[in-house]
Design a protein around this ligand. Structure first.
Ligand code: DX5
Ligand code: ZN
Length: 218
């Protein structure tokens, strides 16, 4: 089944705990947590202390997306805070391979991610080392942006590479995902859909998530 990872960036930040329970009750598979440092992207969001505060409230895997410079400095803090998956950008400053190795050494699942304009060829060397590839379909920094269609061939390319090499890597898509774009991504080979605004704006997040979970069997 297609997995769904609602992005807490679109939650009501004054009621984060209740929003997390809403996500869990809606049948989400993972929880997507966007970390921004105001350097790698022009926005600042949350840090390890918030992840730590949320951890006891949910049994779902926390999928932490680090949009920060030199991410190796913080992977241990996020691991201690209870992140299950920690994803780093190939475009960020610092040694990405070392950051991935460190995440693995900490007993967490490493992920690699890339911006819309970065080609798949730039992350090929990480594919044997990660548990997930997060393909950005908007420029990172803000929720609520429009899906970039030109990124779809990159999903197909990642799918082919993973299959051809017999790898076990989840393909997560992040940015502008709704019912239509999500379906398109799954058809191209995605296994996980991360989505903020389109899910949190709904009074009934659960029925939308149930529908998305069936995309892979359509
Ligand atoms: C963007 C974040 C996304 C964002 C997605 O920088 O990485 O996870 O929350 O939000 P929507 O689904 O609204 O595009
Ligand atoms: Zn994200």
């Amino acid at each position: 089944m297609t997995k769904v990872s609602p992005s807490m960036l679109s939650a009501d930040f004054s009621r984060l705990g209740e929003e997390l329970r809403r996500v869990e009750d809606a049948g989400a598979d993972w929880v997507h947590i966007d970390v921004m440092d105001g350097m790698f992207v022009p926005n600042i969001t949350i840090g390890p202390s918030v992840v730590k505060a949320l951890r006891p409230l949910s049994g779902l895997p926390f999928d932490v997306h680090l949009m920060i410079e030199d991410p190796i400095r913080y992977v241990e803090d996020f691991s201690k805070a209870g992140a299950d998956m920690i994803t780093v950008h190939t475009e960020s400053r610092g040694n990405t391979m070392k950051a991935i190795d460190k995440i693995r050494d900490l007993g967490r699942s490493p992920g690699i991610t890339l911006n819309p304009r970065t080609p798949f060829s730039k992350v090929r060397k990480f594919m044997g080392k990660v548990d997930l590839i997060l393909i950005m379909t908007v420029q990172p920094g803000f929720g609520g942006q429009a899906f970039r269609e030109e990124c779809v061939p990159k999903i197909t390319e990642a799918r082919r590479f993973i299959d051809d090499n017999g790898l076990d890597v989840e393909i997560v898509i992040d940015g502008g995902i709704n019912r239509e774009t999500g379906r398109k991504c799954v058809k191209a080979g995605a296994t996980v859909l991360a989505a903020g605004s389109s899910l949190f704006s709904l009074p009934d997040m659960g029925s939308e998530i149930s529908l998305w979970k069936e995309f892979d069997s359509e």
